[in-house]
Design a protein around this ligand. Structure first.
Ligand code: B3K
Ligand code: ZN
Length: 870
């Protein structure tokens, strides 16, 4: 494959021609679908009309109904270029595509028996020739023709205008979307589904028909998605003042989908994983994710669709903002602390890792080869943290004022991150010049804080320093704007007031100090004794905090801090302190009495059980690894982690047992408290089984195989597999027998085995790639088994290299089948520099082997090049 050229953000230029109207006609057939596209084209500036196209068979081109000879245009592998066009004309293109052969799941493809599309970012060019860039906004009309029996539903964006019968048992439908949109939001679905229908009346009085389409027989598993959709519509009206703008909102669930879901205008297409849920088959977290992804795609209708991106470098404009919105949605509806902790964990275990990798990029990247490689935790999750910092600095009212200004200025346009920041700035009369560095600088800033208490004066002098490490292509970093939320406590855990001109009381209840210099020092006074400070409360900035750890201070915060996130953070810092110390000593660990006492107290305290479950989840091996930039001491990390869990289990066994007996929730109760109860019951059971495997094996087998609630079943299955209980094989076999016909549940069975840290893990994962229920063609299966394994760093990096070879082999196959999925699996190879010499050699040789493939996909090529160059 020809080497794909990099694109640079600074090279942006408006296109020579735009497209105002598109009339598409699809004659759907499995192997040869004919697409006729009639484009209303208009000149914007000098130059030829450059249409993008990939893997298309061009049948004909006509300008104003006059067919062009082949010498009237230039056709190459990626483009169709037509010069000498009038300033306005109608272009008619006929192409042919083969949806059945499309295993990359981009463009038009078959998922099971249905036709569906995925066009973001650059998939529309696999359907027809087009100016496939997000700043070309057109009004689409789509006619679909297909066999009536096989494909009773023919769907596209907007409103249904007409439908009817054709010859040969075929039928047609015509859809019209009045809102101009970029091609990446185009969608088409044809298939046979069960349909759940409902209505919603917006605050503006619009009656909206809501429809969820799922595979036959799954109607009852779609109800939660429908409820979530209505909640999202109402929430966006109440919190953001944004109402829906079409008469119809459709969601279609498909089994073959590379990502979570897609916000196509009026016709969302979802991975069935984020639609189908009932308590028998979905865990409590699955329900929460369904709600949040349904919300996310719905919220895109304003942040993404009505106001879209000028170019793909601006992706975080819609994704960072929409993730922030979905996080707020989940937090307003459920436990704010639990959702915040979830987001913090994603940042610390995945985004920090990406920021330290050869693929590190700012939330608004400057250079892209394959756009699909930039749907990252940096663009999405760090992007959301940047929006959250704006929210922290401006407050809810100021932030909403900025959102209104953004909408007034840019509704119906394709804009930039700069436009968003400028709207926030104008609406609040503030200067955000320095804040903009968050958009341009990659890497995780490190904030170092030292405190000096002077008992004679009662003064506390605080010194803060910030520094951002170099990342590929960015050696010099300037200081960023860091909102630091914190609270001050006395030695009994009472909150102390703070007075200082640089500090203000924030609406969250914390103090707010905005750190914008490389360093600053300030003095607080009036403390009879040394005060204790909880820094970076609520993870108020995506930074790493460095400070001297006093275990007792954290014990105090765990017991007394007002904010739940601060309590959880205190526990995490205590674990980290003990674990990192142990790793330095090769992994040997003895739990300090202070930590044990603090945790026992937390276990008995009247805290939310969901929070308790998180407090009793110590940092993962992956999170610990983040503390080492070279020679990651994997063996010591494994040993220390095991010792910590075992000693916790033994020391607190009676407490876990007593609590476990009290934790009862009925299987069909999906309320917050019931979910919290199940979460903590699973944690208790984990530690109990650790302490006394024989004693709990039967109970765990019962829970793992009793149908009724998947949180209970999956929790027990994981314990049995991860702790290698004596009845583990029987449990796996019964679970398989029970759920073999339900792929989304089988994914949990695959993942439980791929996430285990046992002597047999690598072998078992290898064998599971040949399991009859496994296929590389379905992304969900690949993610469940292999992406899970790739995140299992203790086994992926197994010293003999067997983990590497296993994944390498899969990546080679996926390079041809589905490059997007392949590129996701390569992530852990990129960081070869962080490991010892032997592993470095092995990882590098895997990368070189891939690089030598004749037909290496650009998705992989870009990542491999960055890893080997850096
Ligand atoms: N916007 C889509 C992602 C499309 C991915 C393209 N490779 C889903 C989302 O963020 O809502
Ligand atoms: Zn999104």
């Amino acid at each position: 494959m020809a080497h794909k050229q990099a694109k640079y953000r600074s090279d942006y230029r408006a296109p020579a021609f735009t497209i105002d109207t598109v009339e598409l006609d699809f004659d759907l057939h499995d192997n040869a679908t004919r697409v006729t596209s009639v484009l209303g084209v208009r000149r914007l500036g000098p130059g030829a009309l450059e249409l993008d196209g990939e893997q298309l068979k061009l049948i004909s081109v006509a300008v104003d109904d006059v067919e062009l000879d082949a010498d009237a245009y230039i056709l190459n592998e990626h483009q169709l270029i037509i010069s000498d066009l009038p300033d306005e004309c109608t272009l008619t293109l006929v192409t042919e595509i083969n949806p059945s052969a499309n295993s990359a799941l981009e463009g038009l493809y078959k998922s099971g028996g249905a036709f569906c599309t995925q066009c973001e970012a650059e998939g529309f060019r696999r359907i027809t020739y087009y100016v496939d860039r997000p700043d070309v906004l057109a009004v689409f009309t789509t006619r679909i023709t297909a066999d009536a029996r096989q494909f009773p539903y023919l769907l596209s964006n907007g409103n249904l205008q007409q439908q009817g019968e054709c010859e040969n048992g075929r039928h047609f439908a015509i859809w019209h979307d009045p809102h101009p949109k970029p091609a990446y939001l185009f969608a088409l679905v044809a298939g046979d589904f069960d349909r759940l229908q409902d209505t919603y009346t917006t605050t503006e009085g619009r009656d909206v028909c809501l429809e969820v389409f799922v595979d036959k027989g799954n109607l009852s598993r779609a109800e939660y998605a429908m409820v979530s959709l209505k909640k999202a519509m109402q929430w966006d009206e109440e919190r953001f003042g944004l109402a829906y703008d079409l008469d119809r909102y459709m969601i279609v669930a498909v089994d073959f989908f590379n990502m979570g879901a897609m916000e196509n205008k009026g016709l969302n297409i979802f991975n069935s994983k984020y639609v189908l849920a009932d308590q028998n088959t979905a865990t409590d977290w699955d329900f929460i994710h369904v709600e949040s992804v349904i919300g996310h795609e719905y919220f895109h209708n304003w942040t993404g669709n009505r106001i879209t991106c000028r170019d793909w470098f601006q992706l975080s404009l819609k994704e960072g903002l929409t993730v922030f919105r979905d996080q707020e949605f989940s937090s307003d509806l459920g436990s704010r602390a639990v959702h915040r902790i979830d987001a913090i964990r994603v940042m610390r275990s995945h985004q920090f890792n990406e920021d330290a990798s050869p693929m590190a990029h700012p939330i608004r990247p400057d250079k892209v080869v394959e756009m699909n490689n930039f749907y990252t935790v940096t663009v999405y999750n760090k992007g959301a943290e940047v929006i959250r910092m704006l929210h922290t600095i401006l407050g809810e009212e100021g932030f909403q004022r900025g959102m209104q200004r953004y909408r007034q200025r840019h509704d119906g346009q394709a804009v930039t991150c700069e436009d968003f920041v400028a709207a926030m700035e104008a609406a609040n009369d503030v200067d955000l010049s320095q804040f903009r560095r968050w958009y341009s600088q990659a890497g995780t800033p490190v904030v170092n804080i030292t405190e000096r208490y002077d008992a004679s004066t009662g003064e506390l002098t605080i010194r803060c320093q910030q520094q951002t490490p170099a990342t590929p292509g960015q050696t010099d970093k300037a200081p960023v704007v860091i909102p630091l939320l914190f609270s001050v406590f006395d030695a009994r855990g009472q909150r102390l007031a703070v007075e200082h001109e640089a500090i203000k009381r924030h609406e969250s209840g914390s103090e707010l100090l905005v750190l914008d210099q490389a360093e600053c020092e300030f003095t607080l006074s009036g403390f009879a004794k040394r005060p204790i400070i909880a820094w970076l409360e609520n993870f108020s900035a995506p930074v790493k905090l460095e400070r001297e750890v006093a275990l007792d201070d954290y014990a105090l915060l765990l017991a007394h801090a007002e904010q739940e996130v601060t309590r959880w953070e205190a526990a995490q810092q205590m674990y980290l302190h003990v674990l990192l110390q142990a790793v330095e000593q090769g992994g040997a660990l003895t739990l300090p009495q202070g930590l044990l006492n603090a945790l026992r107290q937390a276990l008995q305290a009247p805290l939310d059980n969901a929070l308790k479950a998180l407090i009793f989840t110590p940092p993962s091996a992956e999170e610990l690894s983040e503390y080492y930039s070279s020679d990651v001491p994997l063996a010591a990390i494994e040993k220390a982690g095991k010792a910590l869990r075992q000693q916790l289990a033994l020391a607190l066994q009676p407490d876990f047992a007593a609590l476990f007996d009290q934790l009862q929730a009925s299987d069909d109760d999906l309320s917050g408290p019931a979910m919290a109860t199940r979460a903590m019951a699973n944690r208790c059971l984990y530690f109990l089984a650790y302490a006394a495997p024989q004693q709990y094996a039967d109970l765990i087998a019962k829970r793992a195989t009793r149908r009724g609630n998947m949180t209970v079943q999956q929790g027990a299955l994981e314990i049995a597999v991860h702790l290698e209980l004596p009845n583990r094989d029987n449990i796996l076999a019964s679970f398989l027998e029970q759920w073999q016909a339900t792929p989304l549940v089988m994914d949990k069975w695959f993942a439980a085995q791929a996430s285990a840290v046992t002597a047999t893990t690598v072998n078992e994962v290898q064998q599971l790639t040949d399991h009859s229920l496994f296929t590389l063609r379905n992304p969900n299966r690949v993610y469940a088994l292999l992406a899970t394994f790739c995140r299992n760093s203790l086994r992926f990096h197994q010293a003999d290299g067997a983990g590497y070879r296993l994944v390498l082999d899969v990546i080679k196959q996926l390079n041809n089948l589905n490059p997007q999925v392949a590129a996701r699996l390569i992530t852990p190879f990129l960081q070869w520099r962080r490991y010892d010499a032997k592993r470095q050699e092995q990882l590098k040789s895997c990368l070189s082997e891939l690089q030598q493939l004749d037909d290496l996909a650009p998705d992989l090529a870009e990542k491999i090049a960055s890893a080997l160059e850096s």
